[in-house]
Design a protein around this ligand. Structure first.
Ligand SMILES: Cc1cc2nc3c(=O)[nH]c(=O)nc-3n(C[C@H](O)[C@H](O)[C@H](O)COP(=O)(O)OP(=O)(O)OC[C@H]3O[C@@H](n4cnc5c(N)ncnc54)[C@H](O)[C@@H]3O)c2cc1C
Length: 269
């Protein structure tokens, strides 16, 4: 921020734990209520980058989420990990929003937070997995973006980031403010600290804003303003596994296994 402390906004989404993902057989939508949840895994990596920058440069880290009040759980965890404050954009009119209104609503909320230097998002979520929201926010705010990043450095008012490419990686550099989307597993997110947990216990770590608080146009959010339509959801029936075990000397057993896989049409000769 001009003349002030670096401000980093980290967008985090609360998602059902990957091993708990269930589809409602009636509505064919993902079950989100009553399912154990967690911070979307790459968002934890994004938060860790922000906290490392805070350790190195004294940044203010603000975590932001859009969703129901149950998302407080993840925001409180983020504060316990070291974020300075948390904002939850929560409003019934946001229900059913796809990635277009989500990116719009989050970008408006970031404007309301005030100045920002760096916005960090995960590469994608583990529930809807579109990877649209980060680039969408950067588009609304008209700021540069670097996506699929596994290393971030903040140097002299600029951001340098190592971006995963098809055949390796490439370094990109841009001015701030900018947005970076972070790869899953690129660092080891820290655990909540005792002092962080005490801060959360005292209350007030998370503020709730409605669309009216932020000035979000109700005609741009919610199900009816979401262009994505789920036409059909199919459950894939996996064929039963053969369960064949190839015993013997490893080199010779692998050769027999490969021959069997070619004969069964599993791999090409
Ligand atoms: C086909 C389909 C059907 C869907 N059906 C439903 C439904 O029935 N009910 C429902 O509630 N949702 C539904 N969604 C999900 C909804 O569209 C998403 O929650 C939302 O638009 C974010 O998209 P995403 O999860 O793909 O995020 P991505 O674009 O994959 O997320 C990238 C990053 O953006 C940030 N981000 C994403 N979402 C948020 C958020 N809410 N708050 C803060 N940061 C965020 C995170 O940093 C995340 O790592 C559906 C999505 C799809 C594709």
């Amino acid at each position: 921020m001009p003349g002030g402390t670096l401000r980093i906004v980290v967008c985090i989404k609360q998602v059902p734990k990957a091993q708990e993902l269930q589809v409602d057989p009636k509505t064919q939508t993902l079950k989100r209520v009553g399912v154990p949840s967690e911070i979307n895994p790459p968002d934890r990596n994004a938060l860790e980058f922000a906290l490392q920058a805070k350790d190195a440069h004294g940044a203010e880290v603000v975590v932001l989420s859009m969703g129901p009040t149950a998302f407080d759980e993840s925001l409180e965890r983020a504060v316990a990990m070291g974020a300075d404050r948390a904002v939850l954009l929560t409003d019934r009119i946001l229900g059913g929003s796809d990635t277009v209104p989500t990116a719009y609503a989050l970008s408006e909320t970031i404007k309301k937070i005030g100045g920002y230097d760096l916005i960090l998002c995960g590469e994608e979520t583990t529930d809807a997995s579109t990877g649209h929201v980060g680039p969408g926010i950067a588009g609304h705010l008209d700021i540069p973006q670097i996506t699929y990043v596994s290393e971030v450095q903040v140097v002299d008012g600029r951001v340098r980031a190592r971006r995963t490419a098809e055949d390796g990686s490439e370094w990109w550099e841009t001015t701030m403010p900018c947005l970076v989307t972070v790869n899953f597993g690129c660092n080891k997110p820290r655990e909540p600290s005792l002092s962080g947990k005490i801060r959360v216990k005292r209350g007030g770590a998370v503020v709730h804003w409605s669309c009216a608080d932020v000035g979000i146009d109700p005609d741009k959010v919610g199900l009816k303003n979401s262009p994505t339509i789920v036409a059909k959801v199919d459950t894939i029936q996996l064929p039963p596994r053969a369960g064949k075990v190839f015993h013997g000397e490893p080199r010779e057993a692998v050769a027999r296994m490969l021959r069997a896989m070619i004969e069964d049409g599993v791999i090409a000769p």
